[in-house]
Design a binder for this molecule. Structure first.
Ligand code: ZN
Length: 426
């Protein structure tokens, strides 16, 4: 395998049960185009992974006879990088070693993902050491979701004011956290600082998440009946409607009721949400491009049939309150918008190139992954002849490579690379 400046990749897919059925899933469509295979219309397709993580590696594709692309399942991007470390660029090699620091995904969400948080580096190392079968690597996992369609999520704790309102309005929460817990919240003065509020929120949320299965089943049943009755005489709030939807997806799951504690965020296409370490969240519906540090560490505590680690989750959270920041991106030129989360490992560019136009991605000191989600065009890494790219193509670009892209039809592509602020700070 020669070390070209642009390498085509064949990527891995995940069929988690929350994914959208093949006929209705971007992930399925992109995966089928990427791998030259068919998708199953009824099977869930949840995530397409583009990167080097061992749980879902990408493989190099070489040109076969007559230009037909063949996958070489033996050469992973990771093993190729280990033989061609120069393509990562010096600064990336120095900081992260011989691997991609970021992992790019597309998500197609039909039903809610688990309520989860991702550990910081220190906790990740500890968890991986103690339970390597559950926590697969020792890395942290900051992440960012950039909406392709309307995208809904639960993210971070609601404000103190909202929390007090919820305690008044939802008697079932008081049943789970106890009158004493509820009163602790209600008695907090609005002028009290974080150091007063956080321990109370932690105690109350931990109490809620640790309630017995029987109690939770009983209380959620009561909540459901009450909301159905009240819906005949009043309009339910959007949070109440969400709670009923989650109950249908995950009956008798404590995650249903914990949704009352979290911000319900609705992203429009082109808006992004980022999550630092130890922030609770759950994606609910829609399709997005997701970027993260190369890690698969997830601590789950609700809305899941998978393993739950309630104690770890409740003790790791920051208990920061208030609405999360929504990124709308920075225009780099008429066709490219950049999303810069506050993490060194990654940034994402979204490019929409009208038919017949050309745009240049300047040379940068780190590697990039490109994903084409619609249209057709040519990518030219400075060599005499460019590569034709179409929907479903994924390409790795070496550091210090200028790439010009020309579209044959309106072309939609995403690029992810190391955060440009990381290079500026060097
Ligand atoms: Zn997550």
């Amino acid at each position: 395998m020669k070390s070209g400046k642009l390498q085509r990749l064949k990527c891995s897919v995940k069929n988690y049960d929350w994914g959208r059925p093949g006929r209705d899933s971007q992930v399925a469509r992109l995966f089928a185009l990427n791998s030259g295979s068919q998708f199953e219309p009824e099977k869930p397709y949840a995530e397409l992974w583009m990167g080097t993580h061992d749980s879902g590696p990408s493989y190099l594709v070489s040109s076969g006879e007559n230009g037909v692309l063949v996958g070489s399942e033996t050469v992973t991007l990771k093993s190729w990088l280990s033989k061609n470390p120069n393509v990562l660029g010096e600064k990336v090699l120095e900081k992260w070693g011989c691997d991609l620091p970021f992992l790019l995904k597309v998500l197609s969400v039909a039903k809610a993902l688990s309520i989860q948080a991702h550990p910081d580096k220190e906790l990740a190392r500890t968890l991986h050491k103690l339970q390597p079968d559950v926590y697969k690597d020792g890395n942290h996992k900051p992440e960012m979701a950039l909406a392709i369609t309307e995208f809904e999520a639960l993210c971070g704790f609601i404000s103190l004011e909202e929390l007090k309102a919820v305690i008044h309005a939802v008697p079932e929460i008081v049943e789970l956290v106890g009158t004493e817990g509820a009163n602790l919240v209600l008695r907090i003065n609005d002028k009290d600082g974080e150091e007063t509020v956080k321990p109370v929120l932690r105690a109350v949320f931990t109490q809620l998440m640790s309630a017995s299965k029987d109690k939770v089943t009983e209380v959620i049943d009561r909540l459901k009946n009450r909301l159905h009755t009240e819906s005949r005489v009043r309009q339910l709030t959007s949070k109440e409607q969400l709670v009923l939807l989650l109950e249908k997806q995950y009956p008798a799951d404590v995650g249903v009721i914990s949704a009352f504690f979290l911000n319900h965020v609705k992203l429009n296409p082109g808006e992004a949400l980022y999550l630092g370490a130890n922030e609770p969240h759950a994606y609910i519906s829609g399709e997005c491009v997701e970027c993260m540090a190369t890690s698969d560490n997830v601590v789950r505590a609700g809305l899941t049939p998978k393993y739950r680690d309630v104690q770890t989750l409740c003790s790791m959270l920051t208990y920061k309150q208030g609405s999360p920041e929504i990124l709308r991106g920075v225009r780099l030129n008429p066709y490219v918008t950049r999303y810069l989360p506050p993490f060194d490992e990654f940034e994402v560019d979204c490019c929409i190139l009208p038919r017949g136009e050309t745009v240049v991605f300047p040379a940068i000191p780190g590697p990039s992954i490109f994903l084409v989600t619609a249209g057709e065009g040519t990518m030219n890494p400075g060599s005499p002849k460019g590569q034709v790219v179409t929907e479903g193509d994924v390409l790795f670009a070496a550091a210090n490579t200028e790439i010009s892209v020309t579209s044959a039809s309106e072309l939609h592509l995403y690029r992810t690379g190391v955060n440009s602020k990381f290079f500026q700070a060097q």
